[in-house]
Design a protein around this ligand. Structure first.
Ligand code: FES
Length: 152
């Protein structure tokens, strides 16, 4: 089947089979590899994207469900010249080690700060509870969230 969708502001079409996830469509068909494929069970958050402004695990969304909808991936957050403020905060706070979790975390933090520009500690922890990081111990990630919120 063929679907039409908007990705990072660009109207696109994609051919897919009925059981294909949005994550696979983004990575394999539309050549946007920023969203990472890790657990494929909605447990780790590495594939997080915004679907019509709502944070979703793209591995749990069928590609066909994106027909007519708007998707924003990590590739769509930054401007042409500058990093997104959340990306910059991750760099400045040293919140990236292997980086595999980083795209999903950045999308989740951008979503959090859009909804709540100055989140409390519990709010930050709850917002990131669906994003697993195997490297950092999370302290630097929380520092990055606070830094991005301070700069907003
Ligand atoms: Fe390696 Fe988070 S930086 S999984």
């Amino acid at each position: 089947m063929r679907i039409s969708l908007t990705v990072n502001g660009e109207p696109l079409e994609a051919d897919l089979w009925g059981g294909e996830s949005l994550l696979m469509v983004l990575r394999d068909t539309l050549e946007l590899p920023g969203s990472k494929n890790a657990c494929e069970q909605g447990e780790c958050g590495s594939c997080s994207v915004l679907l019509d402004g709502a944070l979703v695990c793209s591995c749990l969304v069928l590609g066909a469900q994106a027909e007519g909808h708007e998707v924003v991936t990590i590739e769509g957050l930054a401007g042409d010249e500058d990093l997104h403020p959340v990306q910059q905060a991750f760099v400045d706070a040293g919140a990236v080690q292997c980086g595999f979790c980083t795209p999903g975390l950045v999308v989740a933090v951008a979503d959090l700060l859009e909804r709540s520009p100055h989140p409390g500690e519990d709010e930050i922890r709850e917002a990131l509870s669906g994003n697993l990081c195997r490297c950092t111990g999370y302290a630097k990630i929380f520092d990055a969230v606070r830094l991005a919120a301070e700069r907003a």
